[in-house]
Ligand binder design. Structure first.
Ligand SMILES: [Ca+2]
Length: 418
């Protein structure tokens, strides 16, 4: 509780420094109820909504107050020439693992020297949205040198998201003991919506986000318990289903399923209290921030904001229904989220507790202030650089590292101006 109070004080200070909403939020510090946007709030988003007739389920669920970082930001382009980088993962020595969508894994040094592709990565199906996707370090990386990655695996009859693990050699040029530990089922002949962020939880389990493959004929599987499509799954580091998974042992349900009803989650992060959050690519006008809770149903494609990208309604959908979780926050128009990180560093003290999300559509780094599990402020950073932001991670020095989704992709280090 003491820690929680400290967090509130800290975000209040941030609000005071950075936002027109400050007075109201300071007044609300002593109340347990989530703050609503104050009457004098200026929302960051002012454009026309794609689905203007839809109404949020609660105040503050969309169009949060604009907030502004006060600390000067310095962006160092560490390296260029990455081909469609999908993930960046800081290593303990300050260097960075980077995946490239066509199937390459590389190490970039702390000063930006681009390493050769690491050998031993299995083949990927890089068509469409597929490829070598996320990478995560084993919780015991400093002793086991083990990494985990997700990819669209070519299979007989199509492809699907799989997760593999392997041991990085001491010279960091190759992987050994490579094995696929999880295969999302069913295999499908398509090229869209693979998910697939990987996060280890404080429980030592690996959480994997899985897309629903987009097409109308497979999309309903996001609600089917015998399919991994459109799910968050929770597995052990060996790929087995933990005994305390909510549907383990239930007839007709896949034991790895943790939550259901997702569309295409390409951003996920644990906060400092151990809560798991995902940011989901929704339909047009329906990108969502969700707080993940064991066994819950997040709605897609039955309950959603927004509309099809054709401009037609999402068939037979509503924006709210009993038994389905509401998003904590949604964007209309969308941001096209990919990559997420809760900031815990000291380099930018005003950012502590904030959630950073890569934005591909408007080519921004999204910063969300979250208080009592509600979004109370939003800022879009780095817009002037004009690049699709694919992933964001925090390094040990409190810098943020970003990769951009370009054919000549870049890796940036974001630190305070000196
Ligand atoms: Ca939803």
């Amino acid at each position: 509780m003491a820690k929680f109070r400290k967090f509130l004080l800290l975000v209040s200070f941030t609000a005071m420094a950075g936002s027109a909403c400050s007075q109201k939020e300071i007044a609300q510090d002593d109340t347990p109820t989530p703050p609503n946007p104050p009457a004098n709030c200026s929302p960051l988003e002012t454009r026309q909504a794609n689905a203007p007739d839809q109404k949020p389920a609660f105040a503050g669920q969309t169009r949060a107050c604009a907030i502004t970082t006060q600390t000067g930001i310095s962006v160092t382009v560490l390296t260029k020439g990455l081909e469609k980088p999908w993930a960046v993962e800081p290593l303990p020595d300050g260097s960075l693992l980077v995946t490239e969508k066509p199937g390459r894994l590389r190490i970039v040094s702390a000063t930006g020297a681009l390493g050769q592709p690491i050998s031993g990565v299995p083949a990927v199906d890089a068509r469409g949205q597929g490829g070598l996707l996320d990478v995560a370090l084993s919780p015991g990386f400093s002793s086991d040198n083990t990494i985990f990655w997700s990819f669209s695996e070519p299979r007989s009859g199509g492809n699907a998201t799989s997760v593999a693990r392997g041991v990085l050699s001491s010279d960091r040029k190759s992987l050994s003991d490579v094995r696929v530990i999880f295969r999302a089922m069913p295999t499908y002949n398509g090229t869209m919506h693979y998910g697939s962020r990987l996060e280890f939880g404080p429980d030592g389990m690996l959480y994997v986000t899985l897309g629903e493959r987009s097409d109308l004929q497979i999309r309903p599987q996001a609600q089917h318990m015998n399919s991994h499509m459109g799910k968050v799954v929770r597995i052990t580091p060996d790929g087995t289903a933990p005994a305390d998974n909510p549907f383990n042992g239930q007839a007709g349900s896949l034991p790895e399923i943790w939550t259901t009803g997702h569309r295409n989650v390409q951003a996920s992060a644990f906060d400092s209290n151990g809560k798991f959050w995902v940011v989901e690519m929704g339909p047009q006008g329906g990108d969502e921030l969700n707080l993940i809770q064991k066994g819950k149903n997040y709605g897609w494609p039955l309950v959603t904001y927004g509309e099809e990208y054709s401009g037609q309604p999402v068939p037979n959908s509503v924006t709210a229904k009993e038994g389905f979780e509401q998003p904590v926050y949604y964007w209309d128009p969308v941001i096209a989220p990919s990559g997420a990180q809760f900031y815990t560093g000291s380099a930018f003290s005003e950012w502590r507790g904030n959630l950073f999300v890569g934005g591909m559509k408007d080519r921004v780094l999204v910063r969300l202030r979250i208080e009592n599990d509600k979004v109370t402020g939003e800022e879009h950073l780095l817009k002037d650089r004009g690049q699709r932001i694919r992933d964001v991670r925090q390094g040990a020095d409190g810098s943020l590292y970003v990769v951009t989704d370009q054919s000549n992709g870049e890796l940036w280090k974001i630190s305070p101006q000196r």
